[in-house]
Design a protein around this ligand. Structure first.
Ligand SMILES: Cc1cc2nc3c(=O)[nH]c(=O)nc-3n(C[C@H](O)[C@H](O)[C@H](O)COP(=O)(O)O)c2cc1C
Length: 172
């Protein structure tokens, strides 16, 4: 039977949800039974053989519901293969360089150290000013963040393929 893999995400405006859907699609194409869910819809990760968890980044932080999920499920996550990702920086070039070296929220680093994820990725995000509040628009302008959809589907697909290969090797 195919291993059940949870792809859980926290999003505000949908960009991260679509990244999670793509990851789930790739895992499915590679023979894994992926379930893509918002973190708030998941109360228990123990039915899953592995977990991929991602959040949008706002002012250097993960979404609150992703932090809650990570902390509430720490023990179970530490007992299974886990991959973490963030969706954030807009603009061209290496996403970590765009984030000035940021890879993961500092406040959650101790939890991540205990969970020992297989990988922590940062993906480009998407900013649609039509969806933002006035305050958010001002903040984006203030930091001169490029507006548009910068999601790198090739990078996301390649990362998901790596997860599928690792999980299929575990099952073999
Ligand atoms: C008010 C605001 C603050 C943001 N802060 C950051 C940030 O600190 N770092 C970052 O990389 N991206 C930041 N972003 C960009 C978002 O993370 C990016 O647009 C993301 O893809 C949105 O995902 P979502 O549509 O799933 O909510 C910010 C966006 C807004 C509107």
């Amino acid at each position: 039977m195919a291993a059940k893999v949870l792809v859980a995400y926290a999003t505000k405006y949908g960009a991260t949800a679509e990244i999670a859907e793509r990851i789930g699609q790739v895992l499915g194409e590679r023979g894994l039974a992926a379930e893509v869910r918002p973190v708030d819809d998941v109360s228990d990760v123990t039915p899953y053989a592995a977990v991929v968890l991602g959040s949008a980044v706002y002012i250097g932080q993960w979404r609150k519901e992703a932090v809650t999920f990570l902390e509430a499920n720490e023990k179970a996550l530490a007992e299974r293969p886990v991959w973490l990702f963030s969706s954030g920086p807009t603009g061209q070039g290496d996403p970590v360089a765009l984030m000035k070296g940021w890879r993961f929220p500092q406040a959650q680093q101790p939890v991540a150290d205990r969970i020992k994820p297989r990988d922590i990725a940062v993906f480009h995000g998407a900013l649609d000013t039509k969806k933002l509040s006035l305050v958010e628009k001002m903040m984006i302008k203030g930091v001169k963040a490029p507006v548009g959809d910068f999601r790198d589907w090739a990078a996301i697909t390649a990362w998901a393929e790596g997860i599928a290969a690792a999980l299929n090797a575990l099952q073999a």
